[in-house]
Ligand binder design. Structure first.
Ligand code: SAH
Ligand code: SF4
Length: 387
């Protein structure tokens, strides 16, 4: 019999599982705390659970982490893990430490079906959705591995204060697995992250933005990348299905549920493609409109991380700054993403994409030096400016 992976369960699902075993809900809470707050996977170590319950659990369930293929630590403290998700697929998870927070960038899929022009993950195509347990396992591993290294400020303190769903994959095309994973992140009995410190980044899956607003309205980042449909159709093919006007309407409705929030628009700076000053003005017009319909938003300009097959280049620094100035002059809060982990960097998803089979996964685990993942997302609510 395949054992149930308890990382797949949010608290309600765990309570249902315990009830099936004739146990009360508070037992599920204890179990949940052992797993997520204390990072314990071995039922025998869960000393305040009855021995009989521990024995029952061992027969039906386990806490199943993801096998680590490699871990890279950058000189600036950025840590990148590559996890094996089977069948030759690997996913990336990145920890970005800063003085006032620790951000974990989590993957939601192996590959991605959206196929954005500038994205290494998109170039790999889609392999499969991650399960809730595989999404949660990235946080579980990172939090407890970092605590074990003494990176927490004090006993019982968390290392990871923010999560951004900005790793590989389109989280809103894996909605059913995403929402329970978000609930685990938010639960006071698990990671206790506040709604605003968990960000879902999407290329614009409009119907799922609507559902997220109702099910779990965490912070929303939208990958815009172009000021008009003609260009966005080319860069983000999903735009042909959900054009900009529909996307912005969904953003407005999202904010109705969380009126004190704002949308972060991500904009990847591509040399000669979307970075002219005219395009900056077009962008201002797009989001400004009439005051009544103006979207509460900020912009995060992301220097493009080049990768060989893209045929694209990052905009020169001066152009990025000039573009930012146009947005700022129009009253739009604009940050330019800092690049972190340069010494272990490559484009987002690139390393995982190079991994084709298990043999190569294993080879990579022992080879040095390794170049992986340069995507360095910062949580929009607190993003730092480098300009
Ligand atoms: N699929 C979601 C989340 C993952 S991508 C989305 O598209 O929003 C996270 C962010 O990284 C997105 O804004 C994406 O556009 C950006 N990104 C992807 N490839 C990049 C690259 N090569 N250089 C810079 N940013 C990139
Ligand atoms: Fe998928 Fe996001 Fe990459 Fe586009 S940018 S291909 S949506 S992961």
């Amino acid at each position: 019999m395949t054992l149930v992976n308890l990382l797949d369960h949010d608290l309600d699902a765990l309570a249902a599982l315990c009830e099936q075993q004739g146990e009360k809900r508070f037992r599920a809470t204890q179990l949940f705390q052992w797993i997520h707050q204390r990072g314990v996977a071995d039922f025998d170590a869960m000393s305040d659970l009855a021995k009989s319950l521990r024995a029952k659990l061992a027969l039906i369930a386990q806490v199943r982490p993801l096998p680590v293929v490699s871990e890279q630590v950058s000189a600036d403290g950025t840590i990148k893990w590559l996890f094996d998700v089977g069948a030759g697929n690997a996913i990336e998870t990145v920890f970005i430490p800063e003085s006032d927070r620790g951000t974990l960038c989590i993957s939601s899929q192996a590959g991605c079906a959206v196929a954005c022009r500038f994205c290494s993950t998109g170039h790999q195509g889609f392999s499969r959705n991650l399960t809730t347990g595989e999404i949660v396992a990235q946080l579980w591993h990172a939090e407890h591995a970092l605590r074990a290294r003494g990176l927490a400020a004090g006993e019982g303190e968390r290392v990871i204060s923010n999560v951004v769903m900005m790793g590989m994959g389109e989280p809103l095309q894996n909605y059913a697995a995403l929402v329970p994973a978000l609930r685990v992140m938010l639960s006071d009995h698990a990671y206790g992250l506040s709604r605003r410190r968990v960000t879902v980044s999407t290329s614009g899956v409009v119907p799922m933005i609507e559902r997220l607003r109702d099910d779990c309205p965490v912070a929303l980042a939208v990958s815009l990348h172009a000021p008009n449909d003609a260009l966005r159709d080319e860069l983000v093919p999903l735009n042909r299905k959900y054009p900009i006007a529909e996307l912005l309407a969904a953003c407005r409705r999202y904010l109705e549920k969380a009126p004190r929030d704002f949308i972060t628009f991500e904009y990847c700076m591509l040399d000669g493609v979307n970075d002219s000053l005219e395009q900056a003005h077009e962008l201002v017009a797009l989001v400004s409109e009439r005051p009544a319909t103006r979207i509460a938003c900020k912009f995060n300009l992301i220097p493009f991380n080049p990768f060989p097959q893209s045929g694209l280049h990052c905009s020169p620094r001066e152009r990025v700054l000039a573009f930012a100035e146009v947005l700022r002059a129009a009253g739009l809060v604009t940050t330019v993403r800092r690049t972190r982990g340069d010494d272990i960097a490559a484009a987002c998803g690139q390393l995982a994409g190079e991994v084709q089979d298990r043999t190569r996964l294993r080879e990579r685990a022992t080879r040095r030096p390794m170049r992986i993942h340069a995507e360095t997302p910062a949580p929009p609510a607190h993003a730092k400016e480098s300009a």
